[in-house]
Design a protein around this ligand. Structure first.
Ligand SMILES: *[C@@H]1O[C@H](CO)[C@@H](O)[C@H](O)[C@H]1NC(C)=O
Ligand SMILES: *[C@@H]1O[C@H](CO)[C@@H](O)[C@H](O)[C@H]1NC(C)=O
Ligand SMILES: *[C@@H]1O[C@H](CO)[C@@H](O)[C@H](O)[C@H]1NC(C)=O
Ligand SMILES: *[C@@H]1O[C@H](CO)[C@@H](O)[C@H](O)[C@H]1NC(C)=O
Length: 325
């Protein structure tokens, strides 16, 4: 087979690497699919990274795993690059405070999916290259809680949280936590709509207009750290729940199935991504959460993923919360 050896000198790539014509054809069709454009130098660097990712995905999919991986819009990035652009740049320390959500002791249904219970969940959004996942987790949760209360589903503004919620220990594109964003909305007395305060994926000057406040928070409920049954209780008896967990590099190319990992931690100080639990269920005896992500509808299962439930997988029960409206 015809090919070309490339000696890799970039810090993240350490070994010599054989590229085939097929690798390059795959890369070219991926470029076309995702509308990418590179200059000459960048092209070869991205081709190498893409091919390494592709091989890792193929190897994973040949193994016996509960989830599969696939190429997606992130496939020309190393995990390090991905982490800098898309995850909370500083892992959040959601200290294990005692929560104020009191469980009802069930019994709980075997499965629940708020997407099917009514018009409560907005379409999957895309945070772009900004560590603002926490704002999407927050709006997704408040949109649902408000829709359950009022019967009206209105997309809410992430940008207001990016621009305005600093006083509650949030840092725009450098991270924050849904519980702290709910606190901001409660004390600020309102959050505007997506339409009135649209998302730009860069930090700007706060331009909140109180007269356009469209959603409100009366109280913030934090679920006690590591009380995963408390999360089940909240999702089963109240509404979807915001939570954070630790993303490691096998998650970047998640495709479908129940995600589990041995690489991530289960502590409170390593979480780097916030998302929204919209339901739960089980598959072949493995319980899972149904989770809305904010990496666009082409990532994962139409923008969603499943993650194992009941084991505090990747610290997912470390800091979960929801608002009362
Ligand atoms: C795959 O993994 C499952 C669960 O760990 C196990 O029950 C099954 O036997 C494995 N199959 C093969 C072919 O190794
Ligand atoms: C996280 O917070 C806990 C409790 O406040 C503290 O003991 C711990 O040292 C903190 N960890 C980091 C990495 O800041
Ligand atoms: C909930 O969590 C937020 C942020 O971590 C905190 O500021 C707030 O005091 C907590 N609320 C309660 C009632 O514990
Ligand atoms: C974290 O994982 C360790 C090792 O698997 C386990 O012993 C511990 O109970 C887990 N802690 C929590 C809070 O889930």
């Amino acid at each position: 087979m015809k090919g070309v050896w490339l000696l890799l000198c970039s810090a993240s790539l350490t070994s010599a690497f054989y590229l085939t014509k097929t690798d390059e054809l795959h890369f070219k069709s991926w470029i076309a699919q995702y509308n990418k454009a590179y200059n000459f130098k960048e092209y070869y660097k991205r081709l190498q990274i893409f091919t390494e990712n592709k091989r890792r995905i193929e190897k994973h999919n040949e193994g016996n795993h509960s989830f599969t991986m696939a190429l997606n819009q992130f496939s020309d990035m190393t995990f390090n690059e991905f982490r800098k652009s898309f995850l909370l740049s500083e892992p959040q320390n959601c200290s294990a405070t005692k929560g104020n959500h009191f469980s009802s002791n069930g019994p709980y249904p075997d499965s629940i999916d708020w997407r099917k219970k009514g018009n409560y969940i907005t379409p999957v959004k895309n945070q772009g290259a900004c560590g603002s996942c926490w704002t999407f987790s927050t709006t997704g949760c408040l949109e649902a809680v408000t829709a359950i209360a009022t019967g009206k589903l209105v997309p809410l503004s992430e940008q207001q949280l990016v621009d305005c919620a600093q006083d509650f220990n949030n840092h725009g594109c450098n991270g924050g936590l849904p519980s702290q964003a709910f606190e901001y909305i409660m004390y600020n007395k309102g959050l505007m709509t997506e339409e009135d305060y649209p998302y730009t994926s860069v930090e700007g000057i706060c331009s909140y207009k109180p007269t356009l406040a469209a959603a409100f928070v009366k109280e913030v409920r934090n679920i006690t750290a590591y009380d995963e049954m408390g999360m089940v209780d909240a999702v089963a008896t109240h509404n979807p729940v915001s939570f954070a967990f630790e993303v490691t590099n096998d998650f970047m190319h998640y495709h479908e199935g129940v995600y589990t990992s041995t690489k991530c931690h289960n502590t409170t100080d390593k979480v780097n991504h916030a998302v929204l639990a919209v339901g739960y269920g089980q598959e072949n005896g493995t319980p899972y959460w149904i989770v809305k992500n904010s990496w666009g509808p082409t990532w994962g299962i139409n923008g969603y993923f499943l993650i194992e439930r009941g084991k505090n997988m990747c610290g997912l029960a470390a800091c979960s919360s929801f608002p009362v409206v």
